[in-house]
Ligand binder design. Structure first.
Ligand code: F0G
Length: 358
């Protein structure tokens, strides 16, 4: 499935009958969804498992560069329908970029609370440029979300974090697209976990379409957290989460219970991957497949690699890895991860040929 072949501009139109929309709902859209699902043969070979059909869902190609747009178009559409004038969210960066963009189009005021110093530069730039009011707090994401809940209870602003049920409704469409692309659900879904909304949404989407007879199976939901921010793996909240993958630097996920049920019901797993493994996977998917994703997104590849090495992935299976965000959001991470000598050389043929090493 390619993006240009779609006649609908919004996933909300395409999947209208599976979403909480009415005939009268005016859809707010930036052209989200319809992202490519590409086969990663080089990666499968490098992992020593050419039998596996590994696919990458390139969610970084959404309008604001992450999967958040799938849920945000739904949340903002409904906020407008319900007469809201302002929205608010806590964010590690992507939710804020998405909320700010859709609010701009809808003419809503948008407030975003960010953990100061822990948001990738591109995401901060997006939230500012789209015209939201950015408030950086001296605290982490979990604290920001607590504050947002308190503000939502006491002021006339709509919360557009994934505790807003419409967010997860919209995010289910990722599962529908995968089923349409493959002709069935995959055997495994590998997905990074932060606030645990996306894994919950994918499970609901797969389950719904299984019930509708559109697929023969529900994938085993395999969620991966960063080792320094792995509350679900540890079974307790992490007070001071730390990871290079700032998008998933979360110690007390809002959808923890839902995600646990999704994992249990589907026979999946939750595991942790180290920052080193995340960076290795981040480089692998770039150099082997030409895909530049965020460090947090690479947790899905790191998790798949770890699961393969542990012998947990059966033969000949189909796997979809959700690459949740675009690598361009965090260029600093890329430059630091790949140590190349970038010092200029003289602008003459001899020096350039020498630098080419041929
Ligand atoms: N990948 C990326 C790139 C993200 O931005 C996030 C979450 C996740 C994975 C995890 O998804 O929270 O549904 O489990 N980012 C949120 C934000 C927290 O504020 O942008 P999740």
């Amino acid at each position: 499935m390619t993006r240009v072949m779609q006649s609908e501009t919004s996933i909300l139109e395409r999947y209208r009958k599976f979403l909480p929309l009415t005939e009268k709902t005016k859809i707010i859209t930036l052209g989200e969804g319809f992202t490519p699902l590409v086969r990663a043969r080089n990666l499968a070979r490098a992992l020593g498992r050419e039998d596996l059909k590994i696919h990458l869902k390139l969610e970084g190609l959404n309008p604001t560069g992450s999967f958040k747009d799938r849920g945000m178009c739904m949340a903002i559409t409904r906020a407008v329908e319900e007469g809201s004038r302002a929205v608010i969210c806590a964010s590690t960066g992507n939710t804020s970029a998405s909320a700010a963009a859709f609010s701009a189009q809808a003419g809503l005021k948008c407030f975003v609370l960010l953990p100061a110093g822990n948001v990738a530069m591109g995401k901060l730039a997006q939230a500012i440029l789209y015209g939201s009011t950015v408030i950086q707090i001296n605290g982490n994401f979990d604290r920001a979300l607590e504050l947002v809940k308190e503000i939502g209870e006491n002021y006339p602003v709509t919360i557009v974090n994934s505790i807003n049920p419409y967010r997860l409704e919209g995010q289910k469409t990722g599962a529908f697209e995968i089923i349409e692309s493959l002709g069935d659900a995959p055997d495994y879904l590998a997905i990074p976990v932060g606030n645990a909304g996306n894994i919950t949404a994918y499970f609901r989407g797969f389950k719904l379409w299984h019930e509708e007879g559109k697929s023969t199976r529900i994938p085993k939901m395999c969620g991966f957290q960063a080792a320094g921010a792995a509350p679900m793996v540890l079974g307790r909240p992490v007070e001071n989460p730390e990871t290079i993958a700032t998008a998933i630097r979360i110690g007390n996920p809002a959808s923890w219970e839902f995600a646990n049920s999704a994992i249990d019901e589907s026979g999946g797993m939750i595991d942790a991957v180290t920052d080193e493994a995340i960076l290795e996977a981040y480089k692998m998917v770039a150099t082997l497949e030409g895909v530049f994703c965020e460090p947090a997104s690479a947790a899905s590849i790191a998790g798949l690699k770890k699961s393969i090495e542990a012998g947990r992935i059966a033969e000949d299976k189909t796997i979809a890895c959700i690459l949740t965000g675009n690598g361009l959001k965090d260029p600093k991470c890329a430059l630091e991860a790949c140590k190349q000598d970038l010092d200029p050389v003289e602008a003459d043929l001899k020096s350039v040929i020498k630098a080419m090493g041929i």
